[in-house]
Every structure is written in structure tokens, then in C-alpha cells.
Design a protein around this ligand. Sequence first.
Ligand SMILES: C[S@@+](CC[C@H](N)C(=O)[O-])C[C@H]1O[C@@H](n2cnc3c(N)ncnc32)[C@H](O)[C@@H]1O
Ligand code: SF4
Length: 389
Amino acid sequence: MASIHPPRIDPGFGVYVHWPFCLSKCPYCDFNSHVRRNPIDEARYVEAFGVEIAHRAKLTPGRKAASVFFGGGTPSLMKPATVEAILEAIDKAWGIEKGAEITLEANPSSVEADRFRGYRAAGVNRVSLGVQALNDADLRALGRLHNRAEALAALKVATSTFERASFDLIYARPGQTVDQWRAELNEALSIAPEHLSLYQLTIEPDTMFERLEAAGKLKMPNADLQRDLWEATQDTMGKAGMPAYEISNHARPGAESRHNLIYWRYGEYVGVGPGAHGRVAGKSGRRAHATEKHPEMWLTCVETEGHGLVEDEALSIEEQGDEFLLMGLRLTEGIDPGRFQALTGKPLAASRVAELIADGLVEYTREGRLRVSAEGFPVLDAVVADLAA
Ligand SMILES: C[S@@+](CC[C@H](N)C(=O)[O-])C[C@H]1O[C@@H](n2cnc3c(N)ncnc32)[C@H](O)[C@@H]1O
Ligand code: SF4
């Protein structure tokens, strides 16, 4: 297997592929994911992905993909032949770089060794597994279809099949204590992946968890406990040599997700499939792309109009500056103030930066980058809002 090249500071170009189906809807999730009773006609989707990819390549000529990311939904419900056909279409349209990172998100309830070998043969070299918790009671409370034993078995298959494996855990769950979380994190570290995504549970609008919380049936940890859990996370991961490189993502140096770095370093990416977003450079600046969200409507759009795009807008200079800050300040490496000026035509507001520095929320690195401090990360949204236009 060709090895994945480590990330470069130039973020490059990536392709995101959205597979919008899941076996059931998790009660906390507001991703564009749908449950279908009847089997999915994958051949029809393959055809539509091919059409959309070819259309998008015409809008973005001359690029080569440094990464491809199959996200969802649950992409591990796709047949390996579907993944292979989509990768072939991407390669034909733009070309895929040698050493490109090709990630597939997988759900432990749909991990089978044979299928994983099929993904690997198709070109996938990195898997990101949605484990969420390592104990059965919390997995049940999160509405997951898998248990601890299945998660551990899936991790074994993932780490033995792919060059790189990462997994997701959700913390700040109802009833979780700092000691329990530290123990769980240490167990996660003993499984020794190079990359872990650790998300604080968020109550999203229009989810089952939002309704349960409003009805008093779900009690989230209070702000102090959330802060303690955050600090325990940074402390445990830092000591283990896997500090955060992004607010929720931890990696051994060199094992960061190349694809996600494209988003955070404000690079160029195309999104194909239902409800996928993209940001590409056009003749008159950066453009925002989005596709039809509903899977069957997306299919009809592509089949009748030759593409699923429902949004293709030029971003104003202010919007580009805000997006650049919103994405880049999530990273521990921070942002290059010169790039902000190149994008927007003006420097960062010096007085606001000075105030944030005085409050200990941001700092300049020796190389002149501006980054959020350890004290600033728990209030990242407020810091970004302060600096944005
Ligand atoms: C699209 S899902 C990943 C893959 C797959 N669908 C799964 O759930 O196993 C991306 C990740 O976002 C995280 N996530 C989703 N909703 C969340 C929420 N409300 N709060 C915190 N993390 C969330 C979960 O860790 C999940 O694995
Ligand atoms: S399996 Fe993943 S994408 Fe699907 S509903 Fe659950 S968290 Fe959302």
C-alpha cells in the first residue's frame, strides 16, 4: 500500500463525498443522515456521483486531489464496489495525488472484515470509526446500535486493515464524571491509534436530545463540570503525546487528518453527494457551493439537470475573512495574519487583538502567527466573534 504523505502547510485540494444513509438516527445527531426501509439502489447513486463529479471538475479544472473523504451518514454501509467506482470517477476527473489520504467514516455496527478489505483494495487508506463511548450503558444512552465488545472488535479490524485509523468519542455525557472520563481516555489511548477525535456532546436543534432536555428527561453536565472535563481531556492527551491540533482533534505529529486540515487552513475543496458543501477559488474570488440535501431529490436533480448544486455564490471579502478566522482559529497552529490581509485587503483589527492578548485569550507565536491560547479555547466562539468583521 502506498503510504499517506504527511500534511503540508499549503492545504491543497480535497474532495468530500457524502453518503447520507444510516441504519438508525442517533438522538443527538443533526447531520444530513436518513434511514430507509428499502435497500438503496447503489448502482443509481454511482451513476449520479459520476455525473456530479464530472460536472464539478469542469468548474474546477487543473486541480489534483490531495485527499478524499467519504463522510456521512454511514459510508461503511456502501459496497466496496461503490467506493471504488466513485474513486475512479474522482481520479478520472481531477486525478488523485500519489500518497493522497483517502478516508472513510465507519460505524462499528457495520464493520465486517471482508468489506473493510474491499475498501482497502479500492484505495481507502484511513478509517475514522464512530465509537462514541467505551461502555455499554453510555452507548445505550447515546442510542448507538453497537456495544463495547463490537466497538473493540471493529477497532481491531480497522487498525489491522488500514494504514491509519482514528476514532471518535463523545464526552460531557449526562452523568459522566471526570475520573470516569480520564479512565476511558486512557483506555482509548491504550488502543493506540495515532489520531482521536474527542467531541463535547452538543445539544443540536431539532434532535431527540433537544426534546428530552426540554422535557427535563436529559440532564447535561453543568458549565463547571464541562470545563473540568475539557481540561482533563487536554491534560491526559498532552501527557500521552497526542496534544490537540484542532479544538476537538488530537494526533501524533504527522498523523493529523490532511483532509480536515484543508477546511481549517481554508484550502479548496469540492463536496459531492446530497447536502455536501464546497469552497473553491473562482475568477472573482472564493465561491460557496452546496448541493440539494434530500437524497432522492438530489438524485433527481443530478439525473435531470446534470448536477446537484443548489448554491453557487461568490463570498464577499468580509465573509471570506470571517470564514478564515472561524476555521483557522480552531487550530493550535493558529492563523497567518498576512493571509487574512491578502484575503480581505486589510489587517486584523490591532486594538481588538491587543485586548484579547491582554485578556490572555490569544497570543502571537515566534513565527508571527496568531493563535488562541489554552485559556481562550474553551471560549473560542466568543474570541472569533470579537475578531470577525
Ligand atoms: C457523521 S458522524 C461519524 C460517523 C458515523 N456516522 C457514526 O456515527 O459512527 C461524525 C461524528 O460527529 C460526532 N457528533 C455527531 N453529533 C454530535 C453531537 N451532537 N455532539 C457531539 N458530537 C457529535 C460523533 O462523534 C460522530 O462520530
Ligand atoms: S450513525 Fe452517525 S451520522 Fe448516522 S445518525 Fe448516528 S451519529 Fe448521525
